[in-house]
Design a protein around this ligand. Structure first.
Ligand SMILES: [Fe+2]
Length: 141
């Protein structure tokens, strides 16, 4: 596999792994059932992406990174839940951009292309929906 593509996929892998951790920690901190359920759904999606990225990299005969990105620690360092949720939303946006960067390096068809296309679309949609949902749920408190 192209080394730049491998690096891009590993960056996404590390980021999604950090996302699982951040969402897990935040969900445990919240009392609102609906918001917890939303974050757990997002966490499960991130975990699926981790597994999928690992198997796409392995299928190419390359080695998936075992690292976790710095994102969870950045979320943890913030003062309150609202700030953490806002950073999560910006994190999704960052991943959407990085996924589009990876897509530009990927072959024009095949499993990597298809997965990255779906992942980019999903993250874009989740940024919009997540932002609205989080604001609604926080305000309903
Ligand atoms: Fe993600």
């Amino acid at each position: 596999m192209d080394v730049r593509l491998l690096a891009a996929l590993n960056l996404l892998l590390e980021s999604e792994r950090a996302g699982v951790l951040a969402l897990d920690e935040l969900a445990r901190e919240l009392e609102q059932e609906e918001l917890r359920a939303f974050l757990k759904g997002a966490r499960d999606e991130e975990a699926r992406n981790v597994r999928e990225l690992e198997s796409l990299i392995t299928a190419e005969g390359a080695v998936p990174s075992a690292e976790t990105g710095p994102f969870a620690a950045k979320v943890r360092a913030l003062a309150n839940v609202r700030e953490r949720l806002a950073l999560l939303s910006r994190g999704q946006e960052w991943v959407a951009r990085k996924t589009e960067d990876a897509l530009a390096l990927a072959p024009e068809s095949g499993p990597i292309h298809d997965f990255l296309t779906a992942m980019a679309n999903h993250h874009r949609a989740e940024v919009e929906w997540g932002r609205a949902e989080v604001i609604r749920l926080l305000d309903a408190r």
